[in-house]
Write a protein that binds this ligand. Sequence first.
Ligand code: SF4
Length: 211
Amino acid sequence: MSFKAMACENAAKTLIPKFEKRGMAAYYCATKEEAGKKVLELMPKGSSVTWGGSESMVEAGVIDAVKSGEYEVIDRHAAKTPEESRAVYGKMVCADFHLMSTNAFTKEGMLVNIDGASNRVACLAYGPKNVIVLASMNKMCEDVEAAVKRIRSQACPPNAVRVGAKTPCAQTGVCADCLSPDCICDQIMITRMSRVKGRIIVVLCGEPLGF
Ligand code: SF4
């Protein structure tokens, strides 16, 4: 095992009790393959599953596996009209599992997310019976302030490019604290704890995932 991998595993061992103290369940997987397998293991066959935009879940092979697996898939991208989109969102909030990454987490076990449309953070806060958060260890930050800085400097520019947002960060690669119509930073959410014990399940991954 490399020194970096050992350090990741040590940090995960430190973090897991901190998430648990906040009412979240937490696991550590060294590789993205193991992390993807763990996410799938946590969801019984036949469960209804939805997700927010998450490159981490895509890179770990979870979204493809869900789409081709024995699950009831609730995919907001299947909606063709605003009315259909609203109807799908109604189903999303009642799903058995909501899958997402987290833009960052603190070394004290708080999740920090920034969202534009905000369905992702809304489902994290309330609605779906369970939320599985796949988070690579390189998203660990010193505190909330550092987490917000990391997200806006490292995660938002590529995310804005990914969704085709016409924002300053998509064009320049640097946050301009914009209020543009396409802004992907409408909501900044800090998840301090899960009131329903174990509803939020964090799967930490030793390999880098997402942005
Ligand atoms: S505030 Fe605007 S420019 Fe800054 S990261 Fe968010 S979308 Fe990009």
